[in-house]
Design a protein around this ligand. Structure first.
Ligand code: ASP
Ligand code: MG
Length: 418
């Protein structure tokens, strides 16, 4: 069997949903994981924010836009399946609306998950109904009956043993009886049936969990790009497709900030040696990228650029060495604030770290660090990482910019640029 994942961009319009059906037309023995349509998750985040701020009317008005959009999509796509699908959509709408009429008494993250999870439920209902309409028989399931998580809302952790049991009990028989099983990415539920989410962009990860638990032959992620590129084509017009990658390289790329695949996705696949294909849903005939565990050909330079960076310069107050003790204190702060530096450099009496420019966390960090360091903050920087670099490419990419900090290993160079 195989697991396919379609992201929000592949179900963002009528034509694209038709293209999904086209890809699935002759498939069987397949589990399909789908994200919320287009920017639905962002729209639902706004609903949750307004609700939590006490602006019920605003929350309801924003939610109405989400409702209308899904009903309209269903109307365009469906004829014989419309009424049944509409009823299913309305049931999900009602779940959220009940909540919106309440007053928030719990933590924001709890409400966030109860509201935002609806995006995936709506999109999968519509796609499943459309596949039926097209005579591509399939079975829709609510993944919240399968994926058990803890109650760390917005960043929930999967209970592997319980979920595996549900996969065996519920999902395997359905796969045996149906050509295709359609379900949601990104969401799960606690043992009290509260909805949870696995972190933004979490659908890749959901698909990988299924692939692991179902011992899939492979997983495919269908995207609106040709495959994994060696740089962001929007920033580097010469970006090229990488046809073959291994798990380690993808983990490294994600670590340095490449927005290729959700970083958690690789481990469940690596554990069982399941290959991952990144395919272009606009043109399924393109080969895409395969990611596996086998030896791979030499890679081109891989470029990751992170904008909006700051350098935090920390200097010991009394010319004493920056030793284990103060570095330990600092790492404790990183952990407490869940604010990880993208690069660090230790000197005799100084410590420098490059961080994302997130004002609130930065302020807290600088303030706490000021107890044992003199602190200065340098803003307006970018962090350029090049893996498998050659000297010429560094020169070309740095061009007129000032290098503020540089770190280099035989494999990777990182430059903080002004
Ligand atoms: N819909 C969710 C998001 O936009 C999850 C996903 O697309 O992977 O973050
Ligand atoms: Mg997405």
């Amino acid at each position: 069997m195989r697991v396919f994942k379609f992201g929000g961009a592949s179900v963002s319009s009528i034509d694209r949903i038709k293209q999904v059906a086209h890809i699935l037309r002759n498939e069987s023995d397949l589990l399909v994981v789908i994200s919320a349509m287009g920017k639905t998750t962002n729209a639902l985040e706004k609903v949750a924010e307004q609700f939590y701020a006490g602006n019920r009317d605003e929350a309801l008005a924003l939610f109405k836009q989400v409702k209308d959009q899904h009903i309209n999509t269903a109307k365009y796509l469906l004829v014989t399946e419309y009424l049944a699908c509409e009823q299913a959509l309305i049931n999900f709408f009602t779940e959220v609306e009940w909540l919106l009429y309440d007053k928030p008494v719990r933590h924001f993250d709890y409400y966030y998950d109860q509201i935002v999870c609806i995006g995936e439920l709506l999109s999968t209902c519509i796609v499943s109904a459309f596949l039926n309409e097209e005579k591509i028989s399939n079975k829709w399931i609510d993944v919240r009956d399968v994926f058990r998580t803890d109650d760390l809302f917005r960043d929930a952790t999967i209970d592997w043993a319980f979920t595996q049991q549900k996969v065996d009990e519920l999902v395997k028989p359905l796969l045996a009886q149906n050509r295709i099983v359609v379900t949601q990415g990104f969401i799960g539920a606690t043992d009290e049936n509260e909805s949870t989410t696995l972190g933004r962009e979490g659908s890749d990860y959901s698909a990988a969990i299924f692939a692991n638990m179902l011992d899939a032959d492979y997983q495919a992620i269908w995207k609106d790009v040709a495959g994994v590129m060696n740089a962001d084509p929007k920033k580097y017009p010469n970006a090229e497709l990488i046809p073959v990658l291994n798990y380690n390289e993808v983990i490294e790329m994600a670590y340095y900030g490449a927005q290729v695949i959700h970083p958690k996705t690789i481990k469940p696949l690596q554990n069982k040696g399941i290959p991952l294909y990144v395919k272009c849903f606009l043109d399924p005939s393109l080969p895409g990228t395969v990611i596996h565990n086998k030896p791979i050909p030499a890679l081109p330079p891989i470029i990751v650029l992170k904008e909006s960076q700051v350098l935090l310069h920390l200097k010991s107050k009394d010319f004493s060495f920056v030793g284990e003790h103060s570095v330990l204190q600092l790492y404790k702060l990183f952990e407490q604030l869940a604010f990880r530096p993208n690069l660090t450099q230790n000197g005799a009496i100084s410590f420098t770290c490059c961080l994302d420019d997130r004002s609130e966390k930065l302020e807290q960090l600088a303030l706490a660090a000021a107890d044992f360091f003199d602190v200065t903050v340098e803003k307006g920087l970018r962090l350029l990482t090049i893996r498998h670099y050659v000297p010429e490419i560094i020169a070309t990419l740095v061009a007129q910019q000032k290098i503020v900090l540089q770190q280099q290993t035989p494999e990777t160079v990182q430059l903080v640029l002004h």
